[in-house]
Design a protein around this ligand. Sequence first.
Ligand code: PLP
Length: 400
Amino acid sequence: MPNGANRIVPGRAKPTMTSPLPGAEPGLYLDANATEALRPEAREAVLAAFDLVGNPASVHADGRAARKLLESARAALAARLGARPENVVFCAGATEANAMAIHGLAGGGAIVIGATEHDAVRAAAPAALIAPVDAAGRLDQTAFAALLAAHRPALACVMAANNETGVLNDIAAIAALCAAQGTRLHVDAVQAAGRVADPDYLAQGASSVATSAHKLGGPKGVGALLLAPEAASAFAPLIRGGGQERGRRGGTHNLPGIAGFAAALDAAHATTCPDPRLAALRDAIEAGARDCGARIAGAGAPRLPNTTCLVLPGLAAEAQVIALDLDGIRVSAGSACSSGKAASSHVLAAMGLGDLAGNAIRVSLPWNAPDDAPARFLAAYRRLAARALRKSAHVSTSAA
Ligand code: PLP
């Protein structure tokens, strides 16, 4: 096994500010928006839940013990996210939560989505009308309101925080525009939950909210759709089965995942949210990257504290990601789901970056990023930027 000395035996070691993450290759993990570092509280909750034998749907004592854990996790999540416990629908992650909302609340009517939505939303609503964003990546509210007025859609989908740039939308204002036209609003809050102070988007007027455990330090493969009371009574289930989740999502519960989800969210909010330490590390990275000639996508908008999108002319995003990986720095060229594809970012294209949309990398600090992350990242980034500069100089000399 490569780097065996750095492997951490499950259940023994806990991550610190300086050690590699459990299960991570040695190096610097800066890809939290693809998946966050597992929080120790979540790990403990998952392991404890594995020891419960019962199915929460069973009526006997073991089933009741499992049910008790399920309901306490549900109550904790509901309290943090401003939902009623009975309107939290557990599922396998945010791709599913988004698909459930779109299927369950649009009722076959027209749908409007923001231009920078995640592929989970875009693919679930392929015929949707697209509302543009401004140059900073925020939803253009004037254009959005005009689309609502012209089409009176059944559903609009707008993300709380963008996964590539960290740009935050003003959900309360957007919900008010939707309410004026009788349009339900679905919010993809995957990147915001656990990272912003008040991820209570239902209270801000949304009809439904998608969340995912692994984006806030919980386990992968579990999420929840939160429904406002009115939306809960209108909701049409996508996955039927054994009647779980009040008939809104069939399938045996992923109890360890759900327990880890609730523990991770609690842990995320146990410290200051948004985390000023992460914001300071992010700012240091941006200052150094600017000195290298990079520009920051979305810098003019309110953003998540942990995310920056660095645009470096002269070198394709994939080449940047590979060069940094060879230097032990793990970042991505866009959303995790689109990495590996040659296509450039639809998010940056919507922000008007043109050809530069293919030259951006996303740096997203995990909750336990070490304090020397900027220094280590920038040492590698400076080499990269020098290479990009040489390449641009070569291209202009050959063109001359
Ligand atoms: N929405 C956003 C904004 C995301 O960033 C992601 C994952 O990258 C998803 C939805 C999909 O979440 P999951 O991995 O839980 O299916």
